[in-house]
Design a protein around this ligand. Structure first.
Ligand code: PA5
Length: 465
């Protein structure tokens, strides 16, 4: 497994003094990095945060594999019902290993597909159900809290849909992932005797891709979850190394921290040049945003911290976003994600057409063009004083994907330490959730309904043009 990190275009020598870092910045930041590593390590040792341990949970991995084996050949559709951290990891893995949806192999009981219901847009949910056969569908509700409104509402609909065809046999079409200690989904699963997998209490949704949250859907759709975890485990060891040169997660966290703090790069563009990593870009967007976007630091000082993550796809977004990236506000740092080896280079036929704009490409390959486009975009951004770095995965397979997830999670944890914030809570999303509970009539949320009513009343008094 090899994931290289090239940060040379983040340096002042390449991106210019105003926008790039110099070696002295990094040397001065080494102390901060050291403290970040020690701080996170101490919290992990106290058992506060469990994601570093996930790749080594051999019992869970064995239980998931054994369950997946026991149902193999029965279902052609694995329907995940979950949202946020309970959906994005499964999507990232599926997209990377089985391919983006228009190019996935035809699904069958031998090659089940993944359908992820992660939104309550009725046309999406009801439309998806029409494409699924209840007799051949396994539903996998995933919710750590067991109470997320979107997940619960969709689950109720999907359950009724299964029961209307299968009656009592519907209970054989569920496998649940939820917290071991709490929640109504846990109770429901126990009452109905659904097979259930737990995620550790000290692992939050966006750090849970290598728990049953990501591994169960992956195993059910044919991924080798042992290799996902062995890649992640190898990366974990590297992420604990104190030497900045050997610890990519720590070095990348420091670079991003310094660029945000000293060079006002308040946006990070995750820029995979790989359709198979496109799902991972959305997974990363949640990880970076929800972990680092915080109102206060650990001392209670209001800081409004966080670098806004944006996902862009190479080369597609060269023809959509890059104009802005080159010439618009210089408030971004770019993280390219490259893949060294493509399983199929996509040979361009050799036969010339006689047209100048076409013939120089003859005999080359799409892999070569993709690579040239990325390196050219990097060079052009650099010339324009736009700092950028590149993560290169040797290939997109289970091992590299697991390692990449772990690398990004460690980078996020270290970045949180450098900001002195709690990267593992998400208070900011709670108020909106509570308003929804109030509006939808959940017991105990009447106060939020009143607050919302007052807000609506105030809006009525506002005069615009
Ligand atoms: O990262 C997180 O903690 C969140 O994004 C959650 O994953 C998301 O809110 C869904 O929560 P739950 O798994 O409880 O349904």
């Amino acid at each position: 497994m090899r994931i290289a990190f090239d940060e040379r275009n983040l340096m002042a020598d390449m991106a210019g003094k105003e926008n790039g870092l110099n070696a002295a910045d990094l040397r001065a930041g080494a102390g901060l990095a050291k403290r970040a590593l020690a701080g996170f390590r101490a919290s992990w040792q106290k058992g506060l945060y469990g994601f570093p341990d996930l790749p080594d949970q051999s019992e869970t991995i064995a239980a998931i594999r054994s369950y997946a084996k026991s149902v193999a050949g029965k279902f052609d559709t694995i329907c995940v019902v979950g949202i946020g951290g309970s959906a994005l990891g499964a999507w990232a893995i599926d997209c990377a290993l089985r391919g983006m949806h228009p190019v996935q192999k035809e699904f069958s009981r031998k090659n089940p597909r993944l359908v992820i219901l992660d939104n309550v847009d009725p046309s999406f949910v009801m439309g998806a159900l029409k494409t699924m056969d209840p007799k051949r569908t396994l539903v996998v509700p995933i919710a750590k809290s067991g109470a997320t409104a979107e997940t619960v509402a969709t689950l109720l609909i999907v359950t009724a849909w299964l029961e209307s065809t299968l009656g009592r046999k519907a209970r054989n079409h569920f496998a649940v992932v939820t917290s071991a200690g709490r929640g109504d989904l846990k109770q429901l699963a126990e009452q109905r005797k659904y097979p259930t997998f737990h995620l550790p209490e000290n692992v939050g949704g966006r750090f849970s891709v290598l728990s049953a949250v990501g591994l169960l859907p992956a195993a059910l759709t044919g991924a080798d979850i042992r290799r996902l975890c062995s890649g992640a485990s190898a990366m974990t060891k590297l992420c604990w190394l104190p030497d900045l040169r050997k610890n990519t997660a720590l070095r990348a966290a420091l670079c991003h921290h310094l660029l945000a703090a000293r060079k006002s790069k308040s946006i990070q563009v995750a820029f995979p040049y790989s359709n198979r990593l496109w799902g991972s870009a959305f997974w990363f967007r949640q990880l970076w945003a929800e972990s680092l976007g915080k109102r206060t630091d650990r001392n209670g000082t209001v800081v409004h911290a966080g670098q806004t993550p944006v996902a862009a796809l190479g080369t597609t977004d060269q023809h959509s976003q890059v104009q802005l990236y080159m010439e618009g506000p210089n408030d971004k740092v770019f993280s390219f994600w490259a893949v060294r080896n493509q399983p199929d280079a996509g040979a361009i036929p050799k036969t010339p057409t006689g047209f100048e704009a076409m013939d120089y490409l003859c005999g080359q390959s799409l892999a070569r063009l993709l690579d040239a486009e990325r390196r050219s975009t990097e060079a052009a951004l650099t010339e324009n004083g736009r700092p950028n770095c590149t993560f290169t995965l040797d290939r997109v397979d289970e091992e590299h994907l697991g390692a990449f997830f772990q690398l990004m999670e460690f980078e996020t944890a270290f970045a949180g330490e450098m900001l002195n914030i709690n990267a593992f809570d998400q208070e900011g999303v709670e108020l909106g959730k509570k308003f929804t509970f109030g509006l939808m009539g959940r017991k105990g949320f009447g106060d939020y309904k009143s607050r919302f009513t007052a807000y609506e009343a105030k809006r009525k008094t506002v005069k615009t043009v």
